[in-house]
Design a protein. Structure first.
Lengths: 393, 386
């Protein structure tokens, strides 16, 4: 195979400017393909991260809040292993252009939502500092805050006990973004963890002893649906009544609701590949057409059909693989742009992460395109007579 | 021969030779078809959404709600006494029996049906004027709900999406409620909801309060007085806006990500196609070198040659754009989608035009450098090329 490399290389760079343009076009096409694969993978990952044995419990009708007293009642249901309360309070920081929502949690969340990436030391620090908060790294970077910094939130008139609506926080530390659908259960798009006791003591009196949602852990995933049905049945006539969803089902259904970016991303990726295929096939067909005599000479020198086919396929594969690699790298940048656009919009979209999966798919697609592009030129070569080709007929 | 006639002649010659270069021409056509197909397909979502949510016939409707800026359909800020005060505002149209054409309404989430995301299915509580405010409202199966009865009607969009029909039941707080009818409303977003008598639904949910009042104004000129009267009433503390303005603002917020994403993707794929066009047009100029040399030798100027290359690129781009838009139209136009409600995708004429402009501009940019090279080819050297 190695002896073909000089020949292939000479073929690829026969016309440098056109080869460079082809490489650019293919790279941009693969950038789009890589981005779309990353979008799709982000949804798949978000659904995979959401666990079936974690339940989200919210009020069923005319959503307000849930009495904290439900925690103990839910804890007595068979198969329930932990119950934790979450309260969301938010509005903005210094002005309306800087929205913020704090996710206040209680001690029960440690077991009911163990995916929340807080260490035992973090939990201890939160427990002893009522006004303390932990920010995910992205939330911290957005605000450029450090440990020990103060952060102030305005939660609207009547948002606090004294009527000022102002909460003062101290940054205790930073945590990675928790896995899973970033707004599972209808929560905020960024996670800043606070101490539920602060919300209870400083929040408005009519919201005292109430939670936005309850998170419930069950012993086994197969019991999740049954526990949900039991919770809903228990509270059918309560005020408020409850509904319950396994976190994984919630993630799946949210992915299908709204604008289905999974389906759309696959369609766009396919269109990008189709464009690349035509461009590549045309390039390789043109190259073979212009070098028929060269191939004829090679055949006359004893190159077998298999050798010539290898040459043509390699000539197609080198630029496509190179473009797939460049496109994969560039897609990481576009992923960041898409993630930024998603943050500024209201669409529900999971965290985008550059992944090897996108690279792998791009390389596989590049190989497939190279093979498909070589089909027509090889057919033409196979049906050419050596003598006629060498004679230029 | 004048410059214009020369240009026309060279363009015709160039386009005439496309048959011999059909494979390369096809690459541009397919590339631009992909660009425009992707762009128009994505924007058809926004166009369809806009058609469902922003309706020109609502131009004389006004919205009144509590709070500032954004209305929240699930809010319960307007108590019945406030709604009664709003009904007294000047400028509201009257029904033949003299009642104000204004209605206190709200939306209420109900527990998700298994297999659908939470918040998918909502009940809209409407009052006596609710139907009069929506002239396109028609019962297409069963019958209308009766005021005071625990009955609901379901919009055709929600009926299709959730498999609901006359005789189905949905669970509200006080138990199951039967669906007694199916309605259509000229593709309005209300077709995505269950609709019931506001007071009866309110009693079932055990919480009073409306989210908004929708008022039919006597004419468009009545709005300033109507707004001033309500905004200056210290007892109300409400916000007032024309319904079309409000809907347009909300549409912008809700679709901004998707619209921007569409243009980002459209730009990326167009950039790829643009590089492809440059490559293909360079090859085309190379293939036509002798022909161009001959034309230059017999007295044709450089400008007609440049224009002919650009015209060829633009023509192929335009064909690709029409093909891409046609494919998008065939695949998506009229297809039902559900985003906060049912609506139909719409490959509108404006999207065809946008795709055409997008593709032609990309093709012209891509054809520019090859065209300049063609114009600069020295005739003597061009004639020597084999």
């Amino acid at each position: 195979m190695l002896r073909f490399i000089p020949l292939v290389w000479a073929g690829v760079w026969r016309n440098k400017s056109e080869s460079a343009l082809m490489l650019l076009a293919l790279s941009v096409g693969f950038t789009l393909f890589g981005t779309m694969i990353a979008v799709n993978a982000a949804y798949e990952q978000a659904i995979d991260d959401a666990k079936m044995d974690r339940l989200v419990v919210a009020c069923a009708f005319d959503c307000g809040s849930i009495p904290l007293g439900y925690r103990e009642q839910l804890g007595r249901i068979p198969h329930v292993t932990a119950v934790g309360a979450v309260v969301w309070i938010g509005e903005h920081e210094q002005d309306a252009q800087h929205p913020i929502t704090i996710t206040f949690v209680d001690e029960g969340i440690r077991s009911a939502w163990p995916e929340l990436p807080m260490s035992p030391a973090d939990w201890r620090a939160l427990d002893v500092t009522q006004t303390g908060i932990f920010l995910t790294r992205k939330a911290a970077a957005r605000r450029n805050v450090r440990v020990g910094d103060a952060l102030t939130m305005y939660s609207g008139p009547q948002g606090t006990l004294d009527g000022t609506g102002i909460y003062h926080f101290t940054v205790l530390g930073f945590i990675p973004d928790p896995p899973g659908w970033r707004s599972a259960g209808g929560g905020p798009s960024e996670i800043i963890i606070g101490n539920l006791r602060y919300a209870q003591n400083w929040g408005p009196p009519d919201e005292r002893d109430r939670a936005s949602i309850l998170r419930v852990a069950v012993d086994r995933p197969e019991n999740a649906r049954g526990v949900c049905r039991e919770i809903e049945a228990w509270y059918t006539n309560a005020s408020p009544a409850l509904y319950c969803l396994p976190a994984r089902a919630d993630a799946q259904e949210t992915a299908e609701a709204n604008i289905n970016m999974r389906q759309i991303s696959l369609g766009i990726g396919a269109a990008g590949l189709f464009m690349i295929l035509f461009l590549c096939a045309n390039g390789i067909a043109e190259s073979v057409r212009e070098r028929l005599r060269e191939f004829g000479v090679l055949e006359a020198m004893g190159y077998r059909e298999g050798h010539i086919a290898t040459l043509v396929i390699l000539e197609a594969a080198i630029p496509t693989l190179l473009a797939a690699f460049i496109g994969g790298v560039m897609a990481s940048g576009v992923d960041a742009l898409v993630a930024h656009l998603a943050l500024t919009g209201v669409i529900e979209m999971p965290e985008m992460r550059s992944s090897l999966v996108a690279f792998g798919w791009a390389l596989a697609a590049a190989l497939l395109i190279a093979l498909l592009s070589a089909v027509a030129p090889l057919y033409r070569l196979r049906h050419s007579e050596v003598a006629a080709v060498v004679a230029g007929l | 021969m004048s410059g214009l006639r020369q240009t026309a002649a060279v363009c015709l010659i160039g386009i005439g030779t496309l048959r011999e270069r059909h494979a390369t021409a096809l690459v541009i056509v397919v590339g631009m078809a992909c660009v425009v197909g992707v762009l128009t397909s994505m924007l058809s979502v926004t166009a369809g959404f806009a058609r469902a949510f922003v309706r020109p016939e609502d131009a004389t409707l006004a919205m009144v709600w509590r709070g500032e800026g954004s209305r929240f359909d699930q809010a319960r800020g307007l108590q019945p006494d406030a709604v009664a005060t709003i009904m007294d505002a000047p400028g509201i149209a009257r029904s033949p029996d003299g009642a104000p054409l204004a209605d206190g309404e709200f939306l209420m989430w109900i527990p998700p049906i298994e297999g659908f995301a939470a918040g998918s299915l909502q009940v809209r509580g409407v009052g006596p004027a609710g139907i009069a405010l929506r002239p396109a409202f028609r019962i297409v199966a069963g019958h209308m709900f009766r005021a005071g009865a625990r009955e609901l009607v379901v919009g055709v969009g929600a009926a299709r999406k959730f498999g609901l029909t006359v005789g189905s039941e949905v669970r509200l707080r006080d138990g199951p409620w039967p669906i007694v009818g199916i309605f259509s409303c000229g593709a309005d977003i209300i077709e995505s909801y269950l609709v019931g008598d506001a007071i009866t639904v309110m009693a079932a949910r055990r919480r009073a309060g409306f989210a908004e009042v929708i008022a039919q104004l006597a004419d468009a000129g009545a709005y300033p007085g109507f707004r001033r009267w309500l905004m200056e009433n210290p007892a109300l503390s409400v916000y007032v806006e024309r319904k079309t303005d409000y809907d347009l603002r909300e549409l912008g917020i809700n679709t901004s990500f998707f619209t921007r994403m569409s243009y980002v993707i459209g730009a990326i794929i167009a950039l790829g196609a643009l590089f492809g066009v440059v490559k293909i047009m360079y090859a085309a100029v190379r293939a036509r070198t002798r022909e161009i040399g001959t034309l230059r030798a017999i007295g044709f100027g450089a400008t007609p040659v440049v224009v002919s290359v650009l015209a060829e690129a633009a023509l192929l781009g335009a064909i690709g754009a029409l093909l891409g838009a046609a494919i998008a139209w065939l695949m998506f136009n009229g297809r039902e989608m559900w985003v906060w409600g049912a609506f139909r995708l719409r490959v509108a004429p404006s999207l065809w035009m946008l795709g055409l402009v997008w593709a032609v501009v990309s093709s012209l940019l891509g054809g520019l450098l090859p065209a300049l090279r063609a114009g600069r080819l020295p005739p003597v050297e061009a004639l020597r090329v084999e």
